[in-house]
Design a protein around this ligand. Structure first.
Ligand SMILES: Cc1ncc(COP(=O)(O)O)c(C=O)c1O
Length: 363
């Protein structure tokens, strides 16, 4: 009787591959797979035993990598995902009566299933913005009632870099927000789920628009830039942050085999992988925006400053396009759609999609 195939043999055969590895769309940077260099790093970290829950050598090395990039007082806490990073970070800079000021479009407000409220026990104070970006003036719409026992106390401003609408703050804009928030006694959190896209757009080191600009605590994203999973809570102002180790565990974000989160960040940050991947995704978004701007009837909604393109087009055209390519309608009321590029989006993908947009608009 022939030996049963090993798992490796099985994996090598098409029989167990249940998807087309060449099919890509524009739905989300999370639809992309794992960058091959990250998979290699994961394999390198495998084998042997290492201390669990962050006592491993990869997590120790990560501290040095982040200190080199953000400053000597930096502390890094790897977690599973972006929602967990945000909820852990925000709890560490608020008291039980604290509130968090954020844009109305913020992921913490619209896309975290109420976790900041339910898991973190936090009141979110939202502000409408034209382009996803807060300003000191917009923050002031919610930054009031200090010392009023009837009002949840504004203690934190959270901003996303890049924003949920694909726009990018300049270092000066962030510095102005931080100065304003600090003057009012508030702390600043950055949701950096796409921080690499921001650094690639701005062409400056991470520190320029985080620690040097006054950001106190950061959710540093990796998944959208080619990791299998994992984000980091990065403490930049330790004097403003409390008890994060306990909060991470309580928030169910403490990975026992942490070396496999940490080594992915090492793969991303030790060389230029973060930059190559993010700059490429950004360039693909710009290519797409340039192509569709030339199509009559398509309006690109916001400046394209990262890997996202938002556009408005007729609903019937969207429906036909969605039969051919995956992407989401972002706002049903206006017909606005979102097209995301990833580290593995190719020029050919973009050109084929842009041609399909032109074709369906003309049909
Ligand atoms: C701005 C922003 N923050 C945070 C996240 C983190 O999400 P998750 O919990 O799915 O990792 C996302 C993911 O879409 C995001 O777009």
């Amino acid at each position: 009787m022939a030996d049963a195939p090993t798992v490796t043999e099985q994996l090598a055969s098409d029989a167990v591959r249940r998807h087309d590895p060449d099919a890509r769309g524009f739905a989300s940077d999370n639809y992309a797979g794992v960058h091959p260099e990250v998979l290699t790093a994961l394999a390198l970290a495998n084998g042997g035993h290492q201390i669990s829950y962050g006592g491993d050598v990869y997590t120790a090395h990560l501290q040095d990598l982040f200190r080199d990039r953000f400053g000597p007082d930096t502390e890094v806490f790897p977690v599973f995902n972006g929602t967990g990073a945000n909820v852990t970070a925000l709890q560490a800079v608020t008291e039980r009566w604290g509130a968090v000021i954020c844009a109305e479009s913020a992921h913490v407000h619209v896309d975290e299933c109420g976790a900041p409220e339910r898991v973190g026990g936090l009141k979110l104070l939202t502000v409408p913005t034209p382009d996803g970006k807060l300003t000191p003036e917009l923050i002031d719409r919610q930054a009031y009632g200090f010392d009023d026992e009837h009002r949840a106390q504004p203690q934190v401003v959270t901003l996303a870099q890049t924003t949920e609408l694909g726009t990018c703050y300049t270092p000066e804009e962030i510095a102005a927000i931080c100065a304003h928030a600090h003057q009012l006694g508030m702390t600043v959190h950055m949701d950096g789920s796409r921080i690499a896209n921001a650094a690639a757009t701005l062409g400056v080191p991470f520190a320029r628009f985080t620690s040097e600009a006054g950001v106190d605590i950061l959710s540093f994203g990796g998944t959208k830039n080619g990791l299998l999973f994992g984000e980091c809570v990065v403490v930049l102002s330790p004097e403003r942050v409390r008890s994060i180790r306990y909060l991470r565990k309580m928030s169910m974000q403490l990975a026992s085999k942490m070396r496999f989160v940490s080594v992915q960040f090492e793969a991303l940050l030790a060389g230029d992988l973060w930059q190559r991947s993010a700059a490429h995704a950004n360039a693909m978004a710009r290519r797409l925006a340039d192509a569709v701007r030339a199509v009559d009837g398509v309006t690109v909604s916001y400046p394209v400053e990262s890997n996202a393109v938002f556009a408005v087009l007729p609903r019937e055209v969207t429906e036909r396009l969605q039969k051919r390519f995956r992407f989401y309608t972002w706002d049903e009321s206006t017909g606005q759609v979102r097209w995301m590029c990833a580290f593995d989006t190719t020029e050919a993908d973009v050109d084929a999609f842009a041609a399909a947009v032109a074709e369906e608009m003309a049909a």
